[in-house]
Ligand binder design. Structure first.
Ligand code: SF4
Length: 193
């Protein structure tokens, strides 16, 4: 049954106290979001890395800078997006979160969706896709295409870390962000560029 007392304060307290999986043992800070509390676009990555864990914010390392540049190039402001991860605590040695850890953290992510009320979702990387849809993707097949599910327009793209390994990989991520920007305009949620 839906929690009718849900608000940002209660949600953040619940996150801060969460010990639903073993990742709680290694965290310096819980990493919940950055950007707007309510936004038309929700961007979901994998899990916090070292910088994110230290600062308590997602996508603040080198991948985050790349993402931020992409958002700026399409005219996004902080009010237009909400950035978070499938898991809110840093996995040891930056390993991928396990299916059990993702499942445990999805309970919190479901609350987060209810608070943010996005219309468009951008999944960054295969772990975000797997966490959201429950199946492993073939990234080259699923990226860059919108799927409509439960009233959300969902796009998958590569994780920005992928572009850090090879600058040529920025091109598909840039193209996908452009499609997301166009979709938000088409839905009347952002002005044309
Ligand atoms: S990763 Fe998610 S489920 Fe696991 S302890 Fe952290 S907040 Fe809780």
């Amino acid at each position: 049954m839906a929690d009718t007392t849900l608000n940002w304060e209660s949600f953040e307290s619940k996150c801060a106290a969460c010990k639903a999986c073993g990742l709680c043992e290694g965290r310096t800070n819980i990493v919940i979001y950055r950007g707007a509390r309510s936004a038309p676009l929700m961007i979901i990555g994998e899990a916090p890395g070292e910088s994110e864990d230290l600062q308590g914010k997602p996508f603040v390392g080198r991948s985050g800078m790349l993402l931020q540049n992409l958002l700026a190039s399409y005219g996004f402001t902080d009010n237009d997006y909400h950035i978070c991860n499938i898991c809110k605590c840093r996995p040891p040695a930056n390993r991928r979160p396990t299916p059990e850890e993702i499942k445990a953290c999805k309970v919190l992510l479901a609350d987060q969706f209810r608070l943010v009320k996005p219309k468009v979702i951008l999944l960054c990387g295969s772990t975000a896709y797997e966490g959201f849809f429950g199946t492993k993707p073939v990234m080259k097949d699923v990226r860059g295409v919108f799927i409509e599910r439960k009233g959300y327009q969902i796009m998958t793209t590569y994780h920005p870390a992928y572009a850090l390994r090879n600058p040529a990989n920025k091109v598909p991520i840039y193209d996908d962000m452009g499609k997301v920007r166009d979709k938000l305009t088409e839905l009347g949620l952002m002005p044309p560029l």
